[in-house]
Design a protein around this ligand. Structure first.
Ligand code: ZN
Length: 129
């Protein structure tokens, strides 16, 4: 079944932890064991799994992506947010995750993040569970 929730970002670029929201959906869905798909229907935001224990990891990822993909450059896209589109493409729009005993089966330090690259905006996240 398809579920959806929204996330309000507060900065142009940030990582927002959404593990708890996905686990709430899995509980609502009554899924015990299996897998789920997390999809973000946007072109300047992404979903990714990485460390959630130390917030400096997300800060380092954002800083590295900013060095890799400069905010301005020889881009053709007239909206002026090509860097956000490229960063979103690098991280991707969907995740396929294992569900065990009613929750995401993540590693000890892993969390699921919405990666915002052109906020602040209201973002949708879709979960098939
Ligand atoms: Zn654009």
């Amino acid at each position: 079944m398809l579920y959806e929730f929204t996330v309000q970002s507060s900065r142009r670029e940030e990582f927002i932890l959404i593990t708890g929201e996905i686990n709430r959906i899995l509980a609502e869905a009554g899924m015990k064991n299996g897998s789920c798909t997390v999809f973000i229907p946007h072109t300047t935001a992404a979903v990714t799994v990485n460390e959630c224990a130390d917030a400096d990891v997300a800060a380092d990822l954002l800083a590295f992506l900013a060095r890799l993909v400069p905010a301005s450059g020889a881009y053709r896209h007239r909206e002026g947010n090509s860097d956000a589109h490229i960063k979103a493409a690098l991280l991707g729009t969907s995740l396929h995750l294992i569900v065990r005993e009613g929750k995401l089966d993540l590693g000890t330090w892993q969390g699921v993040f919405l990666a915002e690259f052109d906020g602040p905006r209201r973002r949708k996240v879709k979960v098939w569970a």
